[in-house]
Design a protein around this ligand. Sequence first.
Ligand SMILES: [Zn+2]
Length: 224
Amino acid sequence: MQFVKNLVNKYQHFLKKERESHKELYRELAQNGQKPEVMLIGCSDSRVPLEQIFNVGPGEVFTVRNVAALVPPDDQGRTRNSTAAALEYAVEHLKVKHIVVVGHSQCGGVAACTDHLQGKTFPNQYIDSWVAVAKPGIEKALQSGAQGADLQLQTEQNTIRHSLQNLMGYDFIAGAVKTGELEIHGAYFDIEKARLFALDQEKDQFVDISYKEEPSIVNNRKFC
Ligand SMILES: [Zn+2]
């Protein structure tokens, strides 16, 4: 049988180190199920490994990763929307207390949507229709007249804002937010500097939280 050699080596390392030192935890999670308090929505980009960035282990966060970390609008289950299915499971069944949408710098998905809106077309059968979810936020950035790196930053951060708006379009999310059972948050990860910015929703600004107190939304349990 052939398998990816590098993955086999890494898995065996995990088995000897991580699993060996947390045997009890894995047993408990297997027997009692998961009760994560946080749901993370991030990009599929290999440079944004959410569990490593937030230093979380098994059972701590419920995670969805898709192209450009997008939350599509509620379509009442008319399409096969895996992100909506994950949201429903996290909020209605796991009763997570926080949903965090994590966008990032140099996002290829956001760039694809921006390029498309600027008239550049590529032969992508699936990517274009998916990243069109981000269109309203990107259009706003384009209308601002921003250029170059500033335009890129605005498109990426507006995409996060737009996903938060879409989250509130799901009745079960809006209802849980209203009763105080759920909070929604936006964050932006700068790959090169590894800095994290949290969206201050009142001021509508991304604030650098890299070297301040760790945000209370993330469980601080250490695993390694
Ligand atoms: Zn991305």
